[in-house]
Design a protein around this ligand. Structure first.
Ligand code: GLN
Length: 260
């Protein structure tokens, strides 16, 4: 992880340096739609507490797979990317006002689609369960009547809310749920697979990570949340994702940030 974060930071610094070299003369004017961005700038909301997709790098700036992906998309569509770190739960409602789009390991859900559109999916995930080391929790049945930690407003919370007898504690930051697991305030944490693995490695002496397949959790698809009805922006972003997949950039970002 350390190596990954350091190389990620270097890439981020190079990206910032190259963008800075281009200048952005249109930045002062506002768009006709009156959205968050100035022309030529895409204001992107994220929640930089969801490694490896987004976290605060050693230089204090947001970094991670999603951040690198959206910057690469920005280059393809000729827009400067400005990252805005905020609570996950505020992202969807901020699109069109504080931010233009959001990239945050966000799962496409029907509920969210009432408010925003989504790009094509760029990653398939599933929820995992973090348990105390040596725990006997192994199946869906075992989750009943437990104290479950989740991140506020996430699909992990939606799943936990459906579990019979569960007492759900929702945290703004996923790591706070994991800390409460380590302090015995919750019995397990339901969170997306990749951050679960990162936290599992971080607290390897204290926790185990059980894959979602043991609980029959459904696959989830991450996508960029977009302003509803802005098909022009959606088309541009989808075309950029296709190009990044075709030219190998997407795979190299997966290797760099997710697989290492
Ligand atoms: N994939 C989950 C969701 O969309 C969690 C995302 C996150 O916590 N950043 O709800």
């Amino acid at each position: 992880m350390k190596k990954k974060i350091i190389s990620a930071v270097l890439v981020a610094m190079l990206t910032v340096a190259s963008l800075a070299g281009c200048g952005n003369t249109a930045a002062e004017s506002t768009t006709a739609e009156g959205t968050a961005s100035a022309q030529g700038t895409l204001v992107v909301g994220t929640n930089a507490a969801f490694p490896p997709f987004e976290y605060v790098g050693d230089d204090g700036q947001p970094d991670g797979f999603d951040i690198a992906l959206i910057k690469a998309i920005g280059e393809k569509i000729g827009m400067d990317v400005q990252i805005q770190d905020m609570e996950f739960d505020s992202l969807v409602s901020s699109i069109g006002s504080k931010i233009d789009v959001a990239i945050a390991g966000m799962t496409v859900t029907e509920e969210r689609q009432k408010t925003v559109d989504f790009s094509e999916s760029y990653y398939e995930a599933v929820q995992s369960v973090i348990v105390p080391k040596g725990s006997s929790i192994a199946s869906a049945e075992d989750l009943k009547n437990l104290k479950i930690g989740v991140q506020l407003g996430t699909t992990g919370e939606f799943i936990a809310d459906e579990i019979e007898g569960a007492e759900v504690s929702a945290y703004n930051k996923a790591v706070d749920a994991v800390n409460d697991l380590n302090n015995n305030r919750v019995d397990c944490v339901i969170i997306d697979k990749n951050p679960a693995e990162v936290f599992g490695a971080q607290f390897a002496d204290k926790v185990d990570v059980i894959p979602g397949t043991s609980f029959d959790f459904e696959p989830e698809f991450y996508a960029i949340a977009l302003p509803k009805g802005n098909t022009d922006l959606a088309n541009k972003i989808n075309a950029a994702i296709q190009e990044l997949k075709a030219d190998g950039t997407y795979d190299s970002l997966v290797k760099q940030y997710i697989e290492e």
